[in-house]
Ligand binder design. Sequence first.
Ligand SMILES: C[S@@+](CC[C@H](N)C(=O)[O-])C[C@H]1O[C@@H](n2cnc3c(N)ncnc32)[C@H](O)[C@@H]1O
Length: 397
Amino acid sequence: MTLPESKQSFLYVACQHGAAAGLKTALCEPNGPFRLAYSARGFLTLKSALSVPLWSRALPEHPLIRARGVVVAKIEGSESGPMIQKVLEITKDIDWQTCHVWQRDIADPGWNGFEPGGTPLAWLVAEQFKTALACISPETSPNHPDPNAPPRSVIANRPSLEVQAPLDPFRSASSKLPKVLEIIIDEPNRWWIATKTAQQTFDYWPGGVPEFPIPEIVLSRAYLKIAEAFAWANLQIQPGEKIVEIGASPGGACQWLLDQGAAVTGVDPAEMDERILKHPNFTHWRSRSLQVKRKLFRPFRILVCDANVAPKYTLDTVQDIVNYPTTKLRALVLTIKFPEWGTAEQIPEYIQRVKSWGYSDIQVRQLAHNRREVCLVARNRVRNNQSLPTENHTDPQ
Ligand SMILES: C[S@@+](CC[C@H](N)C(=O)[O-])C[C@H]1O[C@@H](n2cnc3c(N)ncnc32)[C@H](O)[C@@H]1O
């Protein structure tokens, strides 16, 4: 086994299964700078023409990337014990602070109840790695061979999202540390060792999947999407802040927003779950968004849209609301649904369109809990451009 050199030639990107083809096209020659080296569903390694330092800040960027890093080595074996020993050997000269252990997705989000995140195998490997590190430096486990170095942590997400579990103390103590070592379980007998300097919120999460407490009853998967969207974009909710959601039924996202202390209005012609309807801070406008007078959007500061309509319809609808003179939305959280995967190529146009409404800070990401869709968050409205016409679209006042 060769020791890692300070410079590598390969990077990895992880994504949702269905997003891999689009990512290959966008990142690999002739459109991008890389050559495809290895491809599994939801996990690609890319050869770079230039050598890449272990702690490079120039990591691949694309809305469909869920996690990314610099590949150090591939490890193959039939038992985890010897594989862990290989990890120790390969990484002994690497000055990492947090280790993420995670497993490549086995399915698309929502398929047969599958959600990206912790798996029993990743959890087991993380525990074994912690134990192996403790054997190297038994004083304070898991620790650094250098007693003067800050403590290291090894984290894997919890295997089940269904149970509300307390956060791992190692995680909360050190999740801000930027040098991340990764053990990526591609197959039980094939792991990849990677490094990254955490730069964006999702770089701090194992496999780019956040972990948050989940109540026993969640009204829909949209609960996971909205919790992830606000965590990823670091968007805070003020107590009692007025938030409107277009496409709110049955109410998973409203449930989370209400739990955060917001006053929520849901716009949807479909029925809301009665537990949401009974909430004192919830109002249901039972109609399509186009039937709601635009002046009624005046009290809201955040608009969430999760309507199952084409991207153009979502953007036309939101544009009408945003550009109405009395609207004062400080943030938009839009789910852009793709009729087909090829629609992802139009993300730059969607960003330009939202920018033209005056928002200067726009981020787009395929959230771990998104299906064939992405989340667009827009903030910091610097001007009120009211003159944009909406194509083929009328909204009764
Ligand atoms: C994916 S579901 C929304 C899930 C929801 N966000 C939750 O938290 O449970 C999509 C919803 O969009 C609604 N919808 C579709 N077109 C709409 C429109 N023009 N105005 C309002 N709601 C719409 C549908 O009735 C459907 O309930």
